[in-house]
Ligand binder design. Sequence first.
Ligand code: PLP
Length: 464
Amino acid sequence: MNLLNKIPKVDKVLGWAAIETLLNEYPRPMVLAAVRTSLDTIRSEILTGRMPADGLDETSIACKVRKALERASTPGLRRVINGTGVVLHTNLGRAPLAPALRNSMLDAAFEYSTLEFNLETGTRGSRAVHVEKLLSDLTGAEAAVVVNNNAAAVLLALSALAKGKEVIVSRGELVEIGGSFRIPEVMEQSGATLREVGATNRTHARDYRAAIGAETALLLKVHTSNFAQVGFITQVSTEELVAIGRESALPVMVDAGSGTLVDLSAYGLAGETMVQEYLQAGADLVTFSGDKLLGGPQAGIIVGKRRFLDPMKKHPLMRALRVDKVTLATLEGTLRLYRDEREALQQIPSLRMMTVSAEELATRARSAVRRLRRGLPATVTVKALPGHSQVGGGTFPLLELPTTLISVAVDGLSAQQLEQQLRSGALPIIGRISQGLLLLDVRTLADKDLPEIIAALQKIATSA
Ligand SMILES: *Cc1c(COP(=O)(O)O)cnc(C)c1O
């Protein structure tokens, strides 16, 4: 109780010189809120029997208020350094865009643009044209539609083609992608009815044929994404499914999930069917994400036959799911890079990180270790060691790409404490802990990240 009485009143704190300085830097309501939060924290510390961590004097409280203000004025969504080695890390924003897109992205965001304006006729144009022709050229599809993400693409396609009717899907493909995307649930939202066929591990052509009836609107094949089956398994190929569809004049759609436009098998990334291969196999529609293997902005892309895409373009949901101008500008820029495959592989950061050789990663790690050692005190131990990274983004679930990791240890800190401190800096550095070591994977680190990592570790080491 004695201690509680010692907590100064808000008005008194606001009069302190140190707080007046803060009033010159921050809006008054923000300072007031920070003072209140700081005093509340102190009060609850006392009430729960803990001594206020930083004391009750003017300097300590002012320091607490300044920290609260700094926290409140840091944006929640901000840059981090990805040291996890997961290239398409969903929690860290999936694909970073190609640096070459920076100007078109800024122009789209900060200037007026040709979003829906036809420069030749001087009249209203369509926002779809900017990417539709590119998508057709790249995939061989007749037409294309772009929406907010692949979940939206599936929702729109099912709503436009199968509302009130049945969609046949193999039980082995009814997966949850994470972040609660489940095909049965999306289907329910679209008004289509799911007709499951086969068993979890085996679905045969005859299962689809037996399920087709007057109510069937669509045959759907779903990429199993972050899930893989091994052993006694059979799934019907796209070609077979197309043949079954043709027998009953039913369209076949593939939710390709990640969707790639380039063959990555030469880089140890085998087994992913390209979007154009699904179409060549006869699929009427293919949906995929913009920010997974494609390496572009968050978007959902539907390519396929015009007669199935036209109803989607006119569907009321289209307006609700359409993408904004910044997405269109960056998607167009990304797709333009794909006109020359080598260009795409070089310029799109996620593709470069996935296809870089193990030798180059080892060289980069050795050079990074040298630079770190040179820039850091002897209390920081830095080593290179072999390891594995993952592609992420629901792709290549079983694949472990050989990489070189940098392990960092700081005297006086556990790996957990170091991980937490790296994560809490002005530019957060996200690593992972394995076998008691804090690890940073060079695969997802850029050259420009290194000085930032050195600066952060210097700061941590001096206060450890
Ligand atoms: C990732 C994924 C989705 C969802 O795509 P988003 O672009 O994240 O909405 C849907 N289906 C499959 C098979 C996926 O892999």
